[in-house]
Ligand binder design. Structure first.
Ligand SMILES: [Zn+2]
Length: 342
């Protein structure tokens, strides 16, 4: 048997749940899928599949048909490399077709989009928004919200005083399981004491990259294949963080997208259609503001300074200074106060 790579698909039978009389849906076994039986193999009796069946409880394997493995047990019973999200909280699971074996280090998801694969830098691509196509189709199919329970957003994407916050912060408890949003491959498992803390960066097959920051513990390894819904680490409070939360970023070619444009954090679901079109004007509308902030200049207030004096000095107007600093013409300046002049 020379099957080196096995694509596994566990059929999620979508049986109609009838039962007006019973509130709790009955647990049903997956219906045998309609598939031509070309090459049925009993996995337990075949040594070639030892790696695949490692950690599998005895007696739960059913059979391999073609490139599809049918398993009938609960997620908790499956070894980690087979764990995926549950379809409906019952015992039916669907595994996305994915190579489980073999060397995947040379083939990375979204290779046609990304020029390189690197385990160190979050954005090594040097691809500014301006150089992107005007619109880029991306499939959000199979999205899984990173948290099992819904919590509140503690900080949004956008400006925070003098810097830009490139993600959405969501409340978590230390130790909460965090899940991968789509299928992909782990690019970075990092430690950034002044920023992300422990973090995981995943490059997804759909071309997006997601970052999960402030973890108490990452549970994946670099270059590892990961599936939508699979636990990648535990929530925490490491790095630049006050109070345990998940810092969640979505990027395309290194460029941050406001996660709230794609994800409804109140519902833990997509807020846009699965066939999404990234657009320069829409998806990256914050980019113009970011550019302006990068060009911003400040003046430190000294003895005797007045708004009109500062305006004259920087060839601008009092009105502009008021707008940039959210102050009034009559506002009193403090010594040492930083006034944005550009
Ligand atoms: Zn954050």
């Amino acid at each position: 048997m020379s099957l080196k790579k096995i694509i596994v698909l566990l059929w999620a039978a979508t049986l109609p749940i009838v039962g007006v009389w019973s509130r709790k849906p009955k647990k049903v076994d997956p219906e045998p899928p309609v598939i031509e039986e070309t090459d049925s193999i009993d996995l337990e009796e075949n040594d070639d599949f030892e790696e695949l069946t490692e950690g599998m409880p005895v007696g739960v394997l059913s059979r391999l048909v073609g490139d599809t493995l049918f398993v009938n047990c609960s997620q908790e019973e499956l070894p980690r490399h087979l764990i995926v999200m549950s379809a409906d909280g019952e015992c039916l699971y669907r595994l996305t077709p994915t190579m489980l074996w073999g060397d995947t280090s040379s083939v990375h998801p979204a290779d046609s989009i990304y020029p390189l694969w690197m385990n160190t830098r979050v954005n090594p691509y040097q691809t500014p928004v301006d150089s992107l196509e005007d619109s880029i189709p991306v499939s959000l199919k199979g999205f899984v919200y990173p948290l099992k329970n819904l919590t509140h957003v503690t900080s949004n994407f956008g400006f925070r005083r003098y810097r830009f916050h490139y993600g959405t912060d969501v409340k978590v408890q230390v130790g909460d399981s965090l899940r991968a949003s789509w299928d992909g491959q782990v690019r970075i498992v990092g430690w950034d004491p002044r920023g992300y803390g422990y973090y995981v960066l995943i490059r997804h097959d759909n071309g997006l990259e997601t970052i999960y920051g402030h973890l108490s513990r990452p549970l994946v390894e670099e270059n590892e294949r990961i599936y939508a819904g699979e636990v990648l680490g535990l929530g925490g409070n490491t790095g630049r963080s006050t109070g345990s939360h998940l810092h969640y970023e979505i990027r395309y070619l290194g460029n941050a997208i406001d996660p709230a444009t794609l994800v409804d954090f109140d519902r833990g679901a997509l807020r846009v259609p699965e066939d999404y079109l990234i657009t320069k004007k829409g998806t990256f509308k914050h980019n113009e503001e970011v550019k302006q902030l990068k060009m911003a200049q400040y003046h430190k207030v000294r003895q005797g300074d007045t708004l009109s004096g500062i305006a004259r000095r920087y060839h601008t107007s009092v009105r502009t200074l008021c707008r940039l600093n959210h102050i009034k013409e009559t506002s009193i300046l403090r010594l040492g106060q930083k006034i944005r002049v550009r």
